[in-house]
Ligand binder design. Sequence first.
Ligand code: SF4
Length: 339
Amino acid sequence: MVFEPKRVIFEQDALKYPLGEKLLRYFKDKGVDTGFTASHNRVVSIPGKSRAEGFFEGKRTLVVGVRRTMSFETCKPSAHYQLPLATSCPGKCEYCYLLTNLGKKPYVRIYVNTEEILSAAREYIEKRKPEITVFEGAATSDPVPVEPYTGVLGKVIEFFGKQEYGRFRFVTKFTDVDSLLGVPHNGHTRFRFSINTGEVIKQFEHATPPLMERLAAAKKVAGAGYQLGFLVAPIIASEGWRKNYRDLFETAALEFKGKAPDLTFEFITHRFTRRAKSAILEVFPNTRLDLEEEARTFKFGQFGYGKYVYPKELFAVLKSYFETRAGEFFPEAKVEYFV
Ligand code: SF4
């Protein structure tokens, strides 16, 4: 599933970098609409009058820019810092938290100044030495769908392969991983796949590959010696959840049991903010996501944005169920967190 943008918009400064130039030539040769913008933060030429139209047009737009801010956000619980490689992704998952974070036209944005971003990462690593510093490459995007054009992820993995005190991790739902299999990662990158039940994928994760394709890609990645992980997010406690998630563990175990000794699991239960709910209802008016506030517990968050989470009792049942199934099907794996 290769991302084929309908239009590609370049920041003028991006053309000063070889990758920016290469991408302009590449998309022009393919006959894709190209244009320019003064800033990758403010792109005004994407059509779409309604929120839904803007959303779908944004998802088909690639913006190529230069990353100027070199201070990295922290990234709990999966890493110390976010590594800014891209934002948004061509997937159209109904629950995606980026729906509220990226404005009304969530265009896919990539940065061409990889070397500068990596030198900033090197400084962060130096400061924390001899502690290991872990960077998350998928905090604001799925970095895999753009990899066939940019090759950035490959460079980043190779960079971390050479870092004694730096480690890299990212997560994807996409499966175009062949170009990454031969990269000298030196065991310093954890390659995680986001997986979910067939029902959740079919109902909510539009424009993403099905489960079996994700597992097949994960197999290739494990075969290439990467550390492998599975992220199950969001865990949705809809009717039949026990059986559906048990099936998921069983299917994954058939492919991986005993074959990925260093496997990790991360579990994130479904939650939403009031802002997210109204954005989801505008873009996906027929959504079947459970957004009933009355069935949830309100939890105050940072910056005054509270979120609706599963009530304490249900959360405890889910946590125990997932930890038990992980132990049963993957006794050698580590559960990193359940939130
Ligand atoms: Fe959001 Fe990930 Fe789905 Fe992309 S694949 S829309 S980043 S949840």
